[in-house]
Design a protein around this ligand. Structure first.
Ligand code: F6R
Length: 369
């Protein structure tokens, strides 16, 4: 069932255009370019729910937690509602404060992660309204929630999550837009523009998949680095965290994700000629700041691997490796920028001879804490 691919993970990376299309298709009017997030299972109409909430708390683990971090940027910026993101194992034991009119959203591919399940139960006990985003319908977390959204990615076999992550990012876009519409913070024209960029994502992912060959050739050279520091700002910051997680879990190499602006506050000390700086820097309003962080890293000998948009001359000239993603809106850029990072981790691990689909010490579904 690997359909000719060497691993399930690679097959699942290639399935992302379809997974994203399947995630959004039930909720979009493709003629009018409108979001229609209806029938989520709440006992009130969705817009009424979104109008009445005063706060959102995302709770999840691992890669799903990073998807929640992206969602925070999207929802806060387009709808103006405060969003908090928590690691499930911290949230459940912290005695968290859940004010009234809070919507707690859990994200879980498997729908069976023990800490996330305990967190949603606790949130309900404390009176929160809950919404689950899962890939497995009728899973434990899905059954626990008041409202339900589905990734629709199809079965994910590889332990490292890929297509479920991008599907969730697509749903986060829809949620942000629907919440903003319900609260009157998004114009019709803006909505149409964002929906158009979302609809273009599946074919743009196809373009980015060309980096498969690139990394299969570059992976041997990348093995020589002693560590990888992943940097990003804004929505690209959680993508940096996700890229670092993929590399450590698959290639067993030292990798850390950091907010680019944090470099001076410690990690700059790690930089020398054997450190790779992987920067997620699609063209946006923060790129100049990221570039100046990179100059400091480069001055200390660090080798730069960049994910930029199209041909960005200043980013390209300072980079050892420059990978470009097609232009898209800031909200959808994570769906493209994460793909080269998945391919890089995959090929590094594969070239080192590791079992990509079954990394050591890890399980696909963490049903015990
Ligand atoms: C990393 C990975 C894990 C999962 C985490 C949560 O590639 O797959 O970090 O994201 O164990 O799993 P779910 O989403 O099933 O709750």
């Amino acid at each position: 069932e690997k359909m000719g691919f060497k691993h399930f993970m690679l097959k699942e990376i290639y399935e992302q255009p379809r997974a994203v299309a399947m995630a959004i298709q039930p909720h979009i009017d493709t003629d009018k370019h409108e979001v229609n997030l209806k029938n989520l299972g709440f006992d009130k109409p969705v817009d009424e729910v979104f109008k009445s909430i005063e706060r959102i708390i995302f709770v999840a683990c691992g890669t799903s937690f990073y998807a929640g971090n992206v969602a925070q940027y999207l929802i806060e910026q387009v709808s103006g509602i405060p969003v908090q993101v928590d690691i499930a194992s911290e949230f459940r034991y912290r005695k968290p404060i859940i004010p009234k009119n809070t919507l707690v959203i859990t994200i879980s591919q498997s729908g069976e992660t023990a800490d996330t399940l305990a967190a949603i139960r606790m949130a309900k006990e404390k009176g929160a309204l809950t919404l689950s985003i899962t890939n497995v319908q009728r899973s434990s977390i899905d059954r626990e929630a008041h409202g339900h959204l589905y990734m629709n990615s199809g079965v994910e076999v590889g332990v490292a999550s890929t297509k479920a992550f991008t599907s969730t990012l697509a749903l986060a876009n829809l949620l942000a837009l629907q919440i903003a519409k319900a609260r009157g913070t998004l114009s019709r024209a803006q909505e149409q523009e964002y929906v158009k960029s979302l609809l273009a994502i599946p074919s743009q992912i196809e373009v980015v998949l060309a980096f498969d060959k690139y990394f299969s050739e570059a992976s041997k050279k990348l093995q020589d680095f002693k560590g990888f520091l992943y940097l990003g700002r804004g929505v690209s910051y959680p993508i940096a965290l996700e890229g670092a997680l993929k590399l450590k879990e698959l290639a067993y190499m030292h990798a850390e994700g950091y907010a680019a602006g944090e470099m001076k506050h410690g990690p700059l000390a790690l930089i020398d000629a054997r450190m790779a700086i992987v920067v997620v820097a699609p063209t946006d309003e923060l790129i100049e700041k990221t570039i100046s962080n990179l100059q400091e890293a480069k001055a200390r000998g660090g080798k730069i691997i960049s994910i930029g948009t199209d041909e960005n001359p200043s980013l390209k000239s300072m980079s050892e490796y420059y990978l470009s993603i097609p232009a898209t809106s800031w909200m959808t850029s994570p769906l493209l920028s994460v793909v080269p990072l998945q391919l890089m981790a995959y090929h590094l691990a594969d070239s080192l001879g590791y079992d990509v689909d079954q990394p050591r010490n890890l399980a696909k579904s963490v049903t015990v804490e």
